[in-house]
Write a protein that binds this ligand. Structure first.
Ligand SMILES: [Zn+2]
Length: 164
């Protein structure tokens, strides 16, 4: 028995059945003996139903424990995500930025898909300015790149002033 109230009710009914057994063993008129027998059947049925209720309650308690655990995890993630804000990098990538110090960035892809916060890490020298997620390996450009080759002469669009 998992729930104390159900256990107490089953004990009370078992006691009542015991009393009915004593009553049945005493000298009774046949019509009373038949009534006692019927009451015993009702009490026995009630006890069986209480066991079924207890079993169902036990299942619900287990389910509740699992759901509570999931709710706690979801609330914890929500609290942690609340410490970040959406940030667009100079290169146009969208990442999560930690609101406090020290400031760092997190992968929005992992946060959305696997509900895990992975802190972005700077990439190797040849991709300086980019950050990579250690969770999903997605890279995020942070610095705007000058696409004009160093050897080329920059072209000037109409209306632009030539930098000195
Ligand atoms: Zn990621």
């Amino acid at each position: 028995m998992g729930v104390p109230e159900v256990s107490a009710a089953a004990t009370a009914l078992t006691d009542a059945r015991g009393l009915l057994v004593k009553l049945q063993q005493s000298t009774l008129a046949e019509e009373h003996r038949s009534l006692v027998h019927r009451v015993m059947e009702v009490v026995s049925d009630a006890i069986l139903r209480l066991f079924a209720v207890d079993s169902a309650l036990f299942g619900l308690q287990e389910e509740n424990t699992i759901l509570q655990s999931k709710l706690d995890a979801a609330e914890d993630l929500e609290r942690r995500i609340g410490q970040y804000e959406i940030h667009q990098t100079a290169a146009g990538a969208t990442v999560y930025r930690y609101r406090y110090l020290p400031q760092y960035y997190a992968c929005p892809r992992c946060t959305e898909s696997s509900q895990q916060i992975h802190i972005l890490q700077p990439m190797e020298d040849h991709r300086r300015g980019d950050y990579r997620c250690p969770g999903c390996s997605e890279s995020y450009p942070f610095e705007q790149r000058d696409c004009v080759p160093l050897t080329a002469t920059p072209t000037v669009q109409l209306g632009e002033t030539v930098p000195e």
